[in-house]
Ligand binder design. Structure first.
Ligand code: M6R
Length: 576
């Protein structure tokens, strides 16, 4: 969470910094700010809200310079105010920070008791420490500061005494050193920088000094280190909105291609060989793909498997070890809880496999084996194409590359084309409701969890997903007349069961919507039916999720919500 960028070049870098911040905005959009080395020294400009608010502030008074840093914030310590916006400044130092300094309060008490702070942030403590430890050598100040910090950080640093050097330091938060045709940059994500020529990742407690002519990376002892640049890049499908109003819709439309590319890229290897049991660990939507994966491993491969939420798993002292295959799923490859869970699994001797969309990310790098999804860069906070690409990997792992799987991209395309307009109309009906329920059994339940998350994440309506048979054990009391209940039915063997549950809610006045595999549509009664292509029950989550995504999108749109950047959220969750 939080995006940082910095550049040193030969001409004014402010345009690049602002463009980069727009690409990093998915990491947080509570506030934004820049600091530029001008002829008159370092100038800071900060604004609450999006980069557009910062640009507005810069419109009539844009400082220029060849060395600058920038930040887009997702608030962790301190409210969303201009005083808490980065960059922060103390003495001769100005810095932007992504991460959390866990011992900030203790450091404040130890080093700065009684001193005035202009913000409530942990970052200001870091900048003050840099200034406190500075005796003319910035590298030494960074080393001494890092030596007392606990937590995670990626820092872009300016020192008043060094108008020709951009400093960077990292531990536990991603930070890339990027050379381009025009200059040298640091960024939380390579996608923030135009035309990268080489990308190098700072490992824990490494720091870097970038000048217009050279980059030097140091280890924590201050010794220069030679590092190989990363080879893989994010493999963008498209970085613009492709003519759509929102990234989310553009990304929904890219799903057939994301799945096609992913299927083509998964190696023909039996990754689950020798596994006595499989535990899939992830957060949010990635966890929801794990629910599908686990069910497939058990029902098709007959290997004991279950999915766990990473933030629970990491503190649960799980019963895993040699013989367990732990699969970690993450779009960003940075999610703090998933990364911690991966490290725990390795400590316990389990074999680890990561399914990740961002090459070079921490989870991709640290796992024993990795399968990259090929969804390309995903910008909308609500994931769509990455979810679909993750599902595609689970299909390859559990079923192998079958012919039916090869036809899945086309089926996803049909699901979009046949449901887009219908979902827009359904959404108008849903937008006026307080509570929405998703129900289904087995894989239909797994995909319903995702549909419900999508709905609440971007429309802010209360939405819950339940195993269809579980409703009458309590939740049915919430079903009021007119409440939408969305049932997914793609498996004929359990159709009559879910149909009965739908009758039960209908009897209590619910407005019933069914998402049905085409050949089952006539076999289940509802107020409204949406159909998805017949791909068989095992692959059905990939097509059933499409109307759920579209309904969520159009409901959020009807309610005037900020679709790509829902309130309180960020794309990568790098705090626990
Ligand atoms: O980057 P990750 O896949 O690890 O992120 C996990 C979740 O934060 C993410 O899937 C989240 O739930 C989505 N915003 C949901 O749309």
């Amino acid at each position: 969470m939080c995006g940082i960028i910095g550049e040193i070049g030969k001409v004014n870098v402010m345009g690049d910094i602002l463009e980069g911040l727009k690409k990093l905005e998915y990491r947080g959009y509570d506030s934004a700010g820049v600091a530029v080395f001008t002829d008159a020294g370092v100038r800071r400009v900060r604004a609450v809200g999006s980069i557009a608010a910062l640009e507005e502030k810069l419109r009539n008074d844009a400082p220029a310079g060849t060395l600058a840093i920038g930040h887009s914030r997702w608030a962790t310590n301190g409210k969303v105010t201009e005083a808490n916006a980065h960059p922060h400044r103390a003495g001769k130092f100005t810095a932007v920070h992504n991460g959390i300094i866990e011992n900030a309060a203790a450091l404040k008490a130890e080093y700065f008791a009684g001193a005035a702070f202009e913000s409530e942030t942990d970052t200001e403590v870091v900048v003050k420490l840099l200034d406190r430890f500075y005796t003319g050598d910035v590298g030494e100040a960074i080393r001494r500061t890092e030596a007392v910090l606990t937590g995670s950080w990626a820092l872009g640093i300016l020192c008043d005494d060094c108008p020709g050097t951009l400093f960077a330091a990292a531990s536990g938060s991603p930070l890339l050193v990027i050379e381009t045709g025009n200059g040298r940059c640091i960024a939380s994500d390579a996608g923030a920088v135009q035309d990268p020529v080489s990308v190098t990742k700072l490992e824990n407690r490494e720091y870097a000094a970038l000048t217009a002519n050279a980059v030097t990376i140091y280890n924590e002892k201050g010794e220069p280190v030679q590092k190989a640049p990363l080879t893989a890049t994010a493999g963008a499908l498209t970085l613009d909105k492709g003519g759509y109003e929102h990234y989310m819709m553009s990304e929904i439309m890219q799903q057939p291609e994301a799945v096609r590319r992913t299927l083509a890229a998964v190696p023909d290897e039996d990754y689950i060989r020798d596994a006595r049991e499989i535990v899939i660990v992830a957060c949010g939507s990635a966890y929801h793909t794990g629910l599908v994966g686990a069910r497939l491993f058990e029902s098709v491969r007959r290997i004991r498997a279950h999915a766990e939420i990473a933030s629970e798993f990491r503190y649960a002292d799980p019963l895993i070890g040699p013989g367990t295959l732990c699969i970690f799923v993450s779009q960003s490859g940075e999610t703090a809880d998933t990364l911690a869970a991966l490290r725990l699994a390795k400590e316990k001797g389990a074999r680890t496999l990561a399914i990740v969309n961002v090459p070079g990310s921490a989870i991709a790098t640290e796992s024993d084996e990795v399968i990259l999804t090929r969804a390309g860069r995903e910008i909308a906070v609500a994931t769509t194409k990455a979810y679909s690409a993750q599902l595609a990997v689970f299909y390859c792992l559990a079923l192998g590359k079958t012919e039916a799987l090869g036809r899945l991209p086309e089926a996803i395309y049909t699901a979009i084309a046949e449901n887009d307009e219908k979902c827009r109309r359904v959404a108008e009906r849903i937008a006026g409701c307080r509570n929405i329920f998703f129900i289904g059994r087995l894989l239909d339940n797994a995909v319903s969890q995702e549909g419900s998350l999508k709905m609440k994440e971007i429309s802010y309506l209360n939405s819950q997903a339940y195993a269809a048979g579980e409703l009458k054990h309590g939740t049915i009391s919430l079903v009021e007349p007119g409440a939408p209940v969305i049932a997914t039915v793609t498996d004929e063997t359990i159709l009559t069961k879910t149909a009965s549950n739908l009758h039960e809610v209908k009897a209590r006045g619910a407005f019933t919507i069914v998402i049905a595999a085409k050949h089952l549509a006539d076999k289940i009664e509802a107020d409204l039916t949406l159909t998805v292509p017949d791909v068989g029950p095992l692959l059905a989550p990939s097509v059933a999720v499409v109307p759920m995504q579209l309904m969520s999108y159009y409901t959020a749109k009807a309610l005037g919500c900020e679709i790509d950047k829902p309130r309180n959220l960020a794309k990568s969750v790098t705090v626990e």
